[in-house]
Design a protein around this ligand. Structure first.
Ligand code: RBF
Length: 356
């Protein structure tokens, strides 16, 4: 018995040595057979899209995800993870830090004007981490690329249409010359670019137009947006610009019920409330994200740069060819609007971006 078990032991030791060695040799042979293919394969390029809020209902975040997905789909070595940071802004830095700490992502991609400062803080602890921050501005940080839209022009385009609508004979318009604006919260891009641009557009139509301006206090409370819109309509407002992410829907519903009008910002949303949304003053963030993410994956993006793009560059625009717009807005208004839109697109009119 003893001999048998000794033999079995020796046999298993021999097997243990021979089998893996032959497998290893086979593996080596396979590897040696396709070295060209191995070297051609690009390094994995991970992108974490950090959404400061939630994607659904926030036009620029929806566009960011769409643009990043498109760029990633064209590069087999790239992959994308979308992380929603939620509405507690105090938690964003910790969440971005956790993403950087994984070391899994070559780039952290994000969007809004508050994020460059958070990214810059996180960058100090992770010197190899790169950041792309669209809808933001921070020049001179070697780890961060930012792209700012000229929102003075975007605001002006919304304001010009708002002014034309409030002065028009369209069924929801009255004689009061009062236009509204509902925002989620205040921040420099809003108070120094968007709001002054909007007022400039209104006053280019008629200096007597007054602005009824209200703040919700967060980016999700659709009920509060609806209450604010109702009280503004009661006060004689007939058209409201909304910049409140997920809360926008409350104002849109209130306007629909009262036969009044909404100006939408950032994305083409005419079809979501035909007859109610009278103007969409947009940013082509999907196109911008697609471009810069492609450059990042291909190693061509210049970190440390802060670009600013406007209507003449093709990133700020007003949607005037949508059938819903053409059906909703009277011809005289559309013709006057079209003249101004063309002047922005050609660069004949351009507005300066202030210091933020
Ligand atoms: N826009 C949204 O649509 N949804 C959001 O949740 C949202 N959160 C923001 C939080 C902060 C701190 C800041 C500064 C901006 C936020 N924005 C949000 C606004 C967005 O960046 C942009 O200014 C507006 O969409 C107008 O273009």
């Amino acid at each position: 018995m003893k001999r048998v078990s000794r033999l079995l032991f020796i046999a298993s030791v021999v097997l243990c040595i021979i089998v893996p060695v032959s497998l290893f040799a086979g593996g080596q042979k396979e590897a040696a057979a396709k070295p060209a293919q191995e070297t051609k394969k690009a390094e994995p390029f991970g992108i974490a899209a950090f959404i400061p809020g939630v994607v659904a209902g926030s036009p620029l975040y929806e566009q960011l995800v769409a643009g990043a997905k498109k760029a990633v789909a064209e590069h087999p070595n790239a992959f994308l993870k979308v992380v929603e940071g939620g509405f507690n802004q105090a938690e964003w830095e910790e969440k971005v830090t956790s993403l950087a700490a994984t070391g899994d992502y070559k780039v952290i991609l994000t969007s809004n004007p508050a994020m460059p400062y958070i990214n810059a803080d996180v960058a100090k602890s992770f010197p190899d981490q790169k950041f792309i921050n669209v809808d933001g501005y921070l020049p001179g940080n070697k780890q961060i690329y930012t792209l700012l839209y000229n929102q003075v022009e975007q605001g002006y385009l919304a304001g010009y249409l708002g002014g034309l609508v409030t002065k028009s004979k369209m069924p929801g318009a009255n004689a009061d010359l009062k236009v509204g604006m509902i925002v989620a919260q205040e921040y420099p891009a809003l108070t120094r670019m968007i709001k002054p641009g909007f007022e400039k557009g209104l006053h280019a139509v008629d200096p007597k137009i007054t602005l009824d301006y209200r703040i919700i206090g967060n980016w999700y409370d659709a009920n509060k947006a609806s209450d604010l819109a109702d009280s503004m309509f009661d006060a004689g407002v007939d058209v409201i610009l909304v910049i409140a992410g997920g809360a926008n829907q409350g104002a849109v519903n209130a306007a629909r019920e009262r036969g009044k009008y909404i100006l939408y910002f950032d994305s083409n949303e005419y079809k979501t409330a035909p007859g109610t949304i009278v103007g969409c003053s947009v940013l082509y963030q999907e196109k911008a994200v697609y471009k810069v993410v492609t450059e990042a994956i291909e190693g061509r993006l210049k970190y440390g740069t802060a670009d600013i793009v406007n209507a003449a560059d093709g990133y700020v625009d007003f949607i005037e060819d949508d059938p819903v717009y053409i059906k909703t807005v009277s011809k005289d208004v559309r013709e006057k609007m079209s003249k101004v839109v063309k002047e922005f697109r050609s660069g004949k009119i351009s507005l300066k971006v202030p210091k933020l």
